[in-house]
Design a protein around this ligand. Structure first.
Ligand code: PBE
Length: 313
């Protein structure tokens, strides 16, 4: 019933890794060429990393809001003139980030919080003086219209689902360390009875009622969707969770093919999807507050702001 896009995702991931390998090959060690390339008059005393990384921002899935925002940043910042945002997958981005850090090489990735990468590596967001990446975001829950009458218990669990960044990160980290997502979700659910019982409060168990959730294979959404699915399973639901691209995920809820999703990043990240589908879904509010997107670099890079990067000549 849903359109799976594995082939395309796999192909773009492969392509981007090739580009990246080409981009990193030129110059080993850490770059601290600060100032010496300041012939363009923009001499801020900062290293020129652009050249080393082929003026490439390492992106994720093409449909992601953070990729669109990064493309927007390339348009708006003079310092990013001539840069490109590569698209691949969240997994390929994480691999590229890990490899760059192993070699202490520069890299600029499309990043977001919550994400396990901040626990794993020393990273920083580049300041965004033009506000292209928005402020604090919320992750919201969207369900199909009519769900309340059709599946009141499922609706109520989705409505009551709400947690903290640190909690989501616990699940993400366990998955990153090798646990199967469903297994990590199960562990978290059994260790967090208080949170879980506040989500199921006032609901009744059911006997095999089907629930269709949709999500995107972003690390944060793999964690949240698996946790919600596990909670629903324990209440007797038969849950299917289908990974889609971002646009199709919104569309599936809007046209009622799916019951809901817990992966709506607003107001900025998925602003264009909300504009398109917002009228056709029911917004159940935030399930997590204090999320964020932006350009992320390793702490050892000598740049603090997007404006410290240097345009391609
Ligand atoms: N993300 C994670 C998504 C939303 C969740 C930031 C990669 C996006 O950019 O659309």
């Amino acid at each position: 019933m849903f359109k799976f896009d594995w082939k395309r995702i796999g192909m773009t991931a492969g392509l981007s890794l090739t580009l990246l390998a080409a981009g990193c090959g030129s110059d080993g060690g850490s770059s601290d060429s600060g100032g010496e390339s300041g012939s363009d008059g923009e001499s801020s005393g900062k290293a020129n990393y652009g050249e080393e990384i082929n003026y490439e921002i390492t992106g994720i899935e093409a449909g992601a809001g953070v990729v669109a925002a990064s493309q927007d940043a390339v348009e708006k910042y003079d310092s990013l003139a001539g840069w490109e945002v590569s698209t691949s997958s969240s997994g390929a981005m994480a691999t590229a980030l890990g490899e760059a850090i192993d070699n202490e090489e520069p890299i600029v990735v499309t990043g977001w919080t919550p994400h396990w990468k901040f626990a794993e590596y020393d990273l920083k967001y580049l300041e965004d003086p033009q506000g292209v990446f928005g402020d604090a975001e919320e992750i919201k829950t969207m369900v199909k219209t009519g769900l309340k009458d059709e599946k009141p218990n499922a609706y109520k669990i989705l409505d009551q689902f709400q947690w903290e960044t640190s909690q989501m990160e616990e699940v993400m980290l366990e998955i990153q360390n090798g646990a199967d997502p469903a297994e990590a979700a199960k562990n978290w659910v059994s260790n967090n009875e208080d949170a879980v019982s506040s989500w199921t409060e006032g609901t009744e168990e059911v006997d095999g009622k089907e629930v269709e959730l949709v999500y995107v294979n972003w690390d944060s959404e793999i964690a949240s969707t698996n946790v919600v699915a596990e909670v629903m399973k324990e209440q007797g639901f038969e849950v299917t969770a289908t990974p889609l691209d971002n646009g199709p995920m919104w569309e599936a809820v809007a046209n009622g093919e799916a019951d809901g999703m817990v992966a709506a990043w607003l107001p900025a990240t998925h602003g264009s999807q909300f504009e398109k589908y917002g009228e056709q879904v029911e917004d159940l509010g935030a399930n997590l507050e204090g999320a964020k997107i932006g350009l992320v670099v390793p702490e050892y890079m000598d740049v603090d702001s997007i404006e410290d990067l240097q345009a391609a000549e």
